[in-house]
Design a protein around this ligand. Structure first.
Ligand SMILES: Nc1ncnc2c1ncn2[C@@H]1O[C@H](COP(=O)(O)OP(=O)(O)OP(=O)(O)O)[C@@H](O)[C@H]1O
Ligand SMILES: [Mg+2]
Length: 209
């Protein structure tokens, strides 16, 4: 499902990923750990088609054009990007989803108890107030967005880093339930968040061990 062959990537002159080869089967759950700054987010961005490798090839579901890869994967970034729109628009990103699908993801991302307290609910405009959202609220919107897109591949970059322990457990459990047949790559500093995963790698010196 995800194939990286001898991938190298540098920012300016600083090499972050060095001749990295990785093969992830369809439906596999893979964790990636490693010390801060080792390149985990960079690797995830490469898998998401957001960066182009300097050398080597990356393919997702047989597709190797980064732009097409980005359409095939759902990503929860480490720092979620919110747009000056309503919560609804930030989740749907201009696509039409059924009411049932939307309700399902809002519930899975544990957004209901907060959204229900807002005067305009899911239609609340967060444009001018993006800074007023807590990190966990922004993160849960990003998770709902990724679940709505419903791709075969889910890439998670510390999706629960801003959540309290209770919400972390319930959101991560909901993600695993939702992603049972999907291919998941999950970057985290917390080994306990990778319980039940098929394989856990550590990124060190640009390669996975
Ligand atoms: N856009 C960029 N331009 C230049 N250097 C960058 C850029 N983004 C990241 N870096 C550098 O590349 C290295 C890897 O960054 P990356 O964000 O991939 O690390 P990480 O493993 O995700 O770290 P963390 O666990 O803190 O999130 C770091 O040294 C970082 O400073
Ligand atoms: Mg990171």
């Amino acid at each position: 499902m995800i194939e990286l062959k001898e991938v190298t990537f540098s920012y300016d002159n600083k090499q972050i990923i060095s001749n990295l080869t990785l093969s992830i089967k369809k439906g596999a759950k893979v964790g990636i750990m490693g010390e801060s700054g080792c390149g985990k987010s960079t690797l995830l961005r490469l898998m998401a088609g957001l960066y182009r490798a300097d050398h080597g090839t990356i393919s997702v579901d047989g597709e190797s054009d980064p732009e097409k890869i980005s359409r095939k994967v759902s990503v929860v970034m480490q720092s979620p990007m919110l747009l000056p729109l309503s919560i609804y628009d930030n989740i749907t990103m201009g696509h039409n989803y059924s009411k049932e699908q939307l309700e399902k993801v809002i519930k899975m991302a544990r957004l209901s108890s907060w959204v229900d307290t807002l005067p305009d609910g899911i239609q609340t405009y967060i444009g001018d107030r993006a800074d007023e959202l807590s990190g966990g609220q922004a993160q849960r919107i990003a998770i709902a967005r990724a679940m709505c897109k419903d791709s075969e591949v889910l890439l998670l970059d510390e999706p629960a880093s801003a959540l309290d322990s209770e919400n972390t457990k319930s959101v991560l459990d909901a993600i695993m339930e939702y992603a049972i047949d999907k291919t998941v790559v999950h970057v985290t500093h917390q080994l306990k968040h990778l319980e039940g995963y098929d394989r856990i790698y550590v990124l060190k010196d640009g390669v996975l061990i």
